[in-house]
Design a protein around this ligand. Structure first.
Ligand SMILES: [Zn+2]
Length: 136
């Protein structure tokens, strides 16, 4: 039986489902799965410029585990760049503070405050009720 993996705390899911290279007509290059926690590690370390020790605390993992997640994320992104592969954002072992939803109509990601009962996309131009909980 596979070892139960500890969940990694994520502040917010990525705002995209994936990335696609352009300018290359070879469609056989395939794709790479980037886990939500890998996205979060890149965001915290390289976008928010957070120290690894602080980022590790925020994600509820040891510094060594954070370093592994971060290294894996960088290798995947480098591979995708060099080999012109698509990047697909996948759920992985993420845990959120709040319930996050995705709208199947406009692909936006959002939370619904507990004070609101209505389960629909908050974007006025959309308002679709075809929404799905991301947290599993
Ligand atoms: Zn929507």
């Amino acid at each position: 039986m596979p070892r139960q993996r500890r969940l990694r705390k994520i502040v917010a899911p990525p705002k995209f489902q994936g990335y696609k290279p352009y300018g290359n007509n070879d469609y056989s290059t395939g794709s790479i799965d980037l886990l939500y926690e890998e996205y979060e590690a890149i965001k915290l370390a390289d976008y928010d410029m957070m120290k690894h020790i602080d980022a590790a605390k925020l994600m509820g993992v040891s510094r060594a585990t954070f370093a592994r997640i971060y290294e894996s994320a960088r290798q995947k992104i480098a591979k995708a760049f060099v080999e012109t592969k698509e990047i697909i954002a996948v759920y992985g072992n993420a845990e959120f503070d709040k319930n996050w939803y995705v709208c199947n109509n406009c692909n936006s990601r959002f939370t619904i405050p507990s004070t609101i009962n209505e389960q629909k996309c908050p974007f006025v131009s959309c308002s679709s009720d075809n929404i799905e909980l991301i947290n599993k």
